[in-house]
Every structure is written in structure tokens, then in C-alpha cells.
Ligand binder design. Sequence first.
Ligand SMILES: Nc1ncnc2c1ncn2[C@@H]1O[C@H](COP(=O)(O)OP(=O)(O)OP(=O)(O)O)[C@@H](O)[C@H]1O
Ligand SMILES: [Mg+2]
Length: 274
Amino acid sequence: MNVHDGVFARLRAPFLLVTGGKGGVGKTTIAVNLALELARAGEKPLLVDLDLGLANVDVLMGLATPRTLEDALAGACDFADCVVAAPRGLYVLPASSGVADLAVLDDERRGRLTAGLAELSERFDCVIGDSAAGIGADVLAFAAQADCVLVVTTPDPAALTDAYGMIKALDELARKRGGDVPTPELLVNLCDGVDQAQFVGRKLRAVCERFLSRSPRLAGWLPRSRAVRESVSTQQPFVLGSRAPLENHCLRALAEHVQRLLPTADARLASLKG
Ligand SMILES: Nc1ncnc2c1ncn2[C@@H]1O[C@H](COP(=O)(O)OP(=O)(O)OP(=O)(O)O)[C@@H](O)[C@H]1O
Ligand SMILES: [Mg+2]
């Protein structure tokens, strides 16, 4: 299958998917703050809420969303009409919450979403997608379209087991598709510090090296923090404030790592032409 084919078609800007297996590990928190940090670093990112059916990027950012991705999928407007401006020059493509019908896409709507995102992505330097929990067909298809997959876990054994499950599912997908799926990167959230993040990263890597043909590198970490928790309840992403210097430092390091990983928009276009 090549990069232009149906549900796995590639976007025209570099695409990073934030995912993780387990629910509630901080995927949306990371996606929102990472996108804002990339915007601060001079990129022009589009943040897309791909948790279709239970979307909440708009809630975490306190954004009003007159139209959502679901309106575009229903043919009521274009995808570009749903995009809203956020701080720092970030743009957000929001989705809806409570739309059970969209929790799993059929092929026709998936094709429309892929085509809409591909067209929209032309206007941006990169696309950051916030995925739903789990290893459902939609999450795996988004991962297969991505240039980089960031797996968020916590040190909790249940979260680690689910992160391993996600990496294993990507490994199987890569085997079926001839390797055209990125090797995931790991982010350890809700940890005590860098030592614990590295320990968790090494542990997961050892299991992956033993049983799979790919194992994730540690891309970053974020401490368990009251400032992060409060930023979610006040709908003010923590990178926009100065009350959380360590947390801000972690996100800045993550954004720098992501900038090194993602191909440039020009390279992405060249690879599609080639
Ligand atoms: N580093 C952190 N410190 C403290 N609380 C955190 C941290 N990261 C996330 N949280 C809290 O965990 C909760 C879940 O976060 P978030 O919504 O980002 O997770 P998620 O993985 O996107 O969840 P879902 O699977 O439901 O989409 C939020 O209430 C948030 O405040
Ligand atoms: Mg989420």
C-alpha cells in the first residue's frame, strides 16, 4: 500500500499523533501544551481533536467552537470553516463530544476526514493530533498516517501495559504494511522526576526489545503537578503561564525533541511527489 492510498493517505504537513493506549494518562494535556509550545518556537501548527465522539481540546483551552469537525463530516461546511484561533498563533480544529455515531468512523467518512485534513494541512507547518484512548481501528489508522507517534504513559503498571499494547499493535500494523509506520516515542507523565521517567522508559524498552521488532525512545516526561491539574480546571494551558517553571521546561524540551524528529513541511511535500 502506498502513502496515497485511502485511509492511510499521508497529510501534506508533518503529522504527530499523541496517543497512549490507556484513558486519562494526559494525552490531551500534552497535545495542547505541546502545540502551544511549538507555536511559541515559531512553528505554525494545527492542533486537531481526533478524539471523535469524546472531544475536549476546546474545553482544556477554553475555546468557543461554533462549528466542529463533525459539521464538516456531515457536509454542513468545509473543514477550514471549523478552524478556530487559539493563543500564540496556534489554530485548532475542534471535534464534538457526546456524538456516539462518530466514535468509530466508516470508510466513507474516514476518507472524507483524511482528504479534508490533507487539504487543510497544506496551510500549516505541522499537524498535532490528539487521539482517543485505546487501540481501535481509528486510532491505529491515524497512527499509520503519522510521521511521529507519541505514546503517553504513566509509571502505573496498567498504563504501561496499555502503552505496550499500543506499541505492539503498531508493530503488527507495520509488519502488515511493510514497515511504513513510525516507531513510537514515549512520554512519561505523572512521574516523580526524570529518574523515574528514565527508569520507566528503560523498563518498557527492555520488554519491547525482547518481544517486538521496535521499541520506543524516551521523548520526554512531565511531573505530577498541582499546576498542571489546576490548569485543566481553569482552562488555561500551563505553558501560557509562569507558575510552573519545571513543567514549562519539560514541554520546551519535548517541543525541541519533536522539532528534530518531524520532517520539514517541504520534505513532506517532496516525499509525496517522489
Ligand atoms: N502532569 C500532570 N499532573 C497532574 N494532573 C495531570 C497531569 N497530566 C494530566 N493530569 C490530569 O489528568 C486528567 C486527564 O488528563 P487528560 O484529559 O489530558 O488525559 P487523556 O489521556 O487525554 O484522557 P482521555 O483518555 O479521556 O482522552 C486531567 O484532569 C488532568 O488534570
Ligand atoms: Mg484526551
